[in-house]
Design a protein around this ligand. Structure first.
Ligand code: PHE
Length: 335
């Protein structure tokens, strides 16, 4: 093979020895260029293939390719080990902080709904309430029947419901968690819980309506709990939430699962300003208490439901509820 094979062998041996002796990544790059490059020594050697017997050309070409593969693999391995050494020396540097955010990536933050939800939780936790939750996919029983809304009841029409093929519903309110909380506690008072969560209604979205929104349900049950307690607890809650003394007004309103039921309006204490309609509330209906395993003759209590989106919109001056679930960074980056 007129010495070509021998030259290939020694070239390959030399290259591998150089790679083994290299002390840095730049040396490897140099070796790569001079050996494997388009005008490198292997390419040069390959040119000699024309002078070989036709029967020798195939085996020689194969040998060149094998040498190329072996050299490339050795280069790759050596590069990796230099890189690993570089990384570990950087990590050993006491000034290196791997948790430091990279400058080109914006840091995330909490969604306005989450911020407001956490504030509400904090206020109620301090008043001795627990935070609980329930499933978003509910049974018809928990969303309606056991809340005193039988299937013939016109109140079902007030809530345009997403029905699943299984007969379940996407819960139209958090009031189902009242029942779940009573049952989970064996119907034994005192029960003081709030239940924040997502709710769903088959609404045509506009500036004040969304098919997906957020409520916080509240429930307080014990012996002798009255409308005065409802008013006191909610006045304290709203004053803390809005950071100023508030007064509330209860207007009679129909919700099947409370009796009496109210809409609650709020305004700054002592102001002659407009009342702002804020939430539904009332004394838990005896049928609902019984469905939750509570002794309705001895125990009474109140429940309320407040819309978190509404509160967040007021807090941050947001004019369209559809921004909330939009995931739009132009909106989210403002908080
Ligand atoms: N569940 C009612 C709603 O979605 C709100 C409410 C809760 C009313 C608790 C009274 C008591 O509008």
């Amino acid at each position: 093979m007129n010495g070509l094979a021998e030259r290939l062998q020694s070239l390959s041996d030399e290259a591998l020895a150089k790679i083994g002796a290299a002390t840095g990544a730049s040396e490897l790059e140099e070796i790569e260029k001079t050996i494997l490059g388009r005008k490198g020594e292997l390419a040069l050697l390959m040119r000699g293939i024309g002078g070989l017997e036709p029967s020798e050309r195939g085996p020689f070409g194969k040998a060149v390719n094998e040498a190329k593969g072996a050299i490339a693999a050795a280069l790759g391995e050596r590069k990796d080990s230099f890189e690993a050494a570089r990384m570990s020396s950087e990590l050993d540097d006491p000034h290196f902080d791997p948790t430091e955010p990279t400058p080109e990536h914006a840091v995330g933050h909490l969604h306005p709904i989450t911020k407001v939800r956490r504030e509400v939780e904090e206020i109620f936790l301090r008043m001795g309430f627990d935070v609980t939750d329930g499933p978003e996919v509910e049974t018809e029983e928990f969303n309606f029947d056991l809340l005193n809304i039988p299937s013939h009841h016109p109140a079902r029409d007030l809530q345009d419901t997403f029905w699943l093929d299984s007969g379940h519903v996407l819960r139209t309110h958090t009031s189902c968690v009242q029942l779940r909380a009573m049952i989970a506690r064996g119907g034994k008072p005192p029960i003081r819980v709030i239940a924040p969560g997502r709710v769903f209604r088959n609404e045509q979205p506009d500036a004040t309506h969304e098919h997906t929104f957020h409520q916080v349900e509240g429930l307080m049950l014990d012996e002798g709990v009255s409308v005065a307690d409802l008013k006191g607890v909610l006045t304290t809650f709203l004053s803390r939430l809005f950071g100023q003394a508030c007064e509330v007004r209860l207007r009679p309103h129909y919700f099947p699962f409370v009796e009496p039921g109210f809409e609650l309006d709020v305004r700054r204490a002592g102001s002659k300003g407009e009342w702002l309609e804020l939430m539904g509330c009332g004394m838990v209906h005896p049928n609902v208490l019984r469905a939750g395993g509570v002794d309705a003759d001895r125990i009474s209590g109140f429940a309320f439901g407040i819309g978190l989106d509404r509160v967040a919109m007021m807090r941050y001056g947001i004019d369209d509820i559809r921004w909330m679930m939009s995931g739009d960074p132009r909106f989210l980056s403002q908080f």
